[in-house]
Write a protein that binds this ligand. Structure first.
Ligand code: IPD
Ligand code: CA
Ligand code: CA
Length: 276
């Protein structure tokens, strides 16, 4: 019997999840091994604080090389410059080191993030945090996984009990704005966390380690894998004005906290605007 297109597509998602996992593990091993003898050559990108090391580039080269070999018809976007148009309908989004500042300082919170999208949205993804040996992954409709175990988001229902992760842009003006906003949020929640890598932040919401995460001005590569992993773990995602999630505005939370936190962030922004 010929399989239905729906079943074929499910199989493709699962196949791409496994491929993304394999690539993330290999790239993770490469950057950890490289880091043992120092960070090597380092440049800056968008601002003086936005770093890129030789290992960001080496990781992207490894992932892109393998994708080109095994999936030559797919499109690829990589943070460190890869931009290839595909013809298969599958596009890959790669963050070869998410949390480069952590990597530079020898802090443990950095990751490799690899996500695949099809015309219906995110299809599969993997986020590997090598220093804790944690591999998060998901395929659309197949749930979210951490090292082979299913994961789910938290069940916290009260904002006052919510542990909320966030991050800041590399642009000084935006950082000031986002820090000012936090003054009106931190008193209303349990606490704020800034771990320094967006893809693990999203996975930590998926695993119930934090209750929510929000950030603005991300790249598609920050979001492609982690946001799918969070939704497959039962989270809700969106932007700050009630629309679909987009790299420019990301809010991910357990279902009970999504709307209350969205309202709190908007109220904080309104208060900041009134103060200026
Ligand atoms: C950054 C990290 C950080 C977030 C920034 C990202 P990078 O990614 O995810 O947590 O706050 O917005 O740009 O530059 O380390 O790949
Ligand atoms: Ca990143
Ligand atoms: Ca990066």
């Amino acid at each position: 019997m010929t399989p239905s297109p729906q079943i074929e597509h499910h199989d493709l998602g699962e196949q791409l999840r496994q491929f993304a996992c394999d690539l993330a593990l290999r790239a993770g091993a490469l950057i950890v091994e490289g880091r043992r003898s120092g960070v090597g050559s380092v440049d800056t990108k968008s601002t003086a604080t936005d770093l890129v090391t030789m290992f960001d580039r080496a990781s992207e080269n490894l992932i892109v090389g393998s994708l080109r070999e095994h999936r030559p018809n797919d499109g690829i976007v990589g943070e460190e410059g890869t931009s290839l148009v595909g013809v298969s309908g599958i596009d890959w989004f790669i963050d070869p080191i998410d949390g480069t500042t952590n990597f530079f300082y020898g802090l443990p919170g950095y990751a490799v993030s690899i996500g695949a999208r099809d015309p219906h949205g995110s299809l599969a993804g993997a986020v590997f945090v090598p220093t804790t040996n944690e591999l998060f992954s998901a395929a659309r409709g197949h749930g979210a996984w951490l090292n082979g175990q299913r994961i789910g988001c938290s069940t916290t229902t009260s904002l006052s009990q919510a542990l909320v992760a966030t991050g800041f842009s590399y642009q000084p003006e935006l950082r000031r704005k986002h820090m000012a906003r936090l003054q009106h949020i931190i008193g209303e929640v349990r606490d704020i966390r800034r771990f320094g890598a967006a893809a693990p932040d999203l996975c930590y919401v998926a695993a119930g380690r934090v209750d929510a995460y929000f950030e603005e001005h991300l790249g598609a590569w920050d979001l492609a894998a982690g946001e799918l992993i969070a939704r497959e773990a039962g989270c809700i995602s969106g932007d700050l004005s009630g629309g679909p999630v987009r790299p420019a505005q990301v809010l991910v939370a357990n279902p009970a906290l999504f709307e209350p936190l969205r309202a709190l962030i908007n109220k904080a922004d309104a208060t900041c605007a009134a103060e200026n």
